[in-house]
Design a protein around this ligand. Structure first.
Ligand SMILES: [Zn+2]
Length: 274
């Protein structure tokens, strides 16, 4: 997405920003209208945050789980209707532009207007970027940690950039149980985890580059081996992909590839049964 914005938004002028859902806006000062008339000078990614640099004033967004950026080469000049439909924010860049959308009822998409991206609390707390870590760097992060590896991989303050979907994919490729204790992985497991992280993330970025931003979500889905594939065969071994639910989300894994053939206890259900 950052690449798409660098290729398509940089050099254009922000004609107008429509905020259809005030609750997405996490900053009040400077007002978002300060973006009007500014030239887009860059676009970057910080962990899972997207940063549109409008000549020194940054429009930063976190899409959360159900949010998306929908680029349009023929953006409607009309403002989206507040409180109706999935569009939270529309950025007009002179004929073209994009919508930030969010599906579902859980509204987590967030937008900040800041002079420095580090003013966004989540960005200030980010750990090193997962794509830039070498094997020793990853080993140092895991060392002594008692969390389950699934939890640590998605903790943005430990390492940045990996979400629910790609952590499932990385653990599957590394043949590791999502419930393994982070600090207890042996050197071989850490090496596999490092290799899989690089492979899965680089492959995902590569497949997405040059894709129309409107089609990125479909592209992401099509490349997944276990995530969101409960009950379907594992493309590596043919075993059926299983699911564990916890809190308000779920993860998927292959028992044969990752847990010695044993299904993991669904903690939410085991707690209910006690
Ligand atoms: Zn498998």
């Amino acid at each position: 997405m950052a690449q798409h914005l660098r290729d398509n938004a940089v050099g254009r002028s922000v004609v107008r920003v429509d905020v259809a859902s005030m609750s997405v806006l996490k900053t009040a000062s400077p007002p978002w209208t300060e973006l009007h008339g500014r030239t887009v000078t860059g676009a970057a990614r910080h962990g899972k945050y997207l940063d549109l640099d409008c000549d020194g004033l940054h429009l930063v967004c976190h899409l959360a789980r159900a949010g998306w950026l929908r680029w349009s080469d023929k953006l409607s000049p009309a403002p989206p209707k507040p409180g109706r439909g999935p569009i939270a924010l529309r950025v007009h860049l002179g004929g073209v532009g994009f919508d930030l959308t969010e599906a579902g009822t859980q509204k987590k998409l967030a937008v900040w207007v800041v002079a420095d991206p580090a003013e966004v609390p989540g960005i200030a707390k980010l750990g090193p970027d997962a794509l830039e870590l070498d094997a020793d760097g990853l080993a140092a992060i895991l060392s002594g940690r008692t969390e389950r590896i699934k939890t640590l991989l998605t903790d943005q303050s430990a390492l940045a950039g990996i979400g629910n979907a790609y952590s499932d994919e990385i653990l599957h490729a590394a043949k590791l149980s999502p419930f393994a204790t982070s600090g207890k992985l042996d050197a071989d497991a850490v090496a596999r985890l490092h290799e899989s992280t690089q492979e899965i993330l680089k492959d995902a970025v590569q497949r997405s580059l040059g894709q129309d931003a409107a089609r990125l979500k479909a592209e992401k889905r099509s490349g997944l081996r276990v995530h969101a594939r409960t009950g379907l065969p594992c493309p590596v071994c043919g075993d059926l992909v299983r699911e564990v639910s916890y809190a308000d989300r779920s993860m998927q894994y292959c028992p044969t590839c990752q847990t010695g053939g044993k299904p993991l206890a669904d903690r939410r259900f085991s707690r209910l049964l006690k």
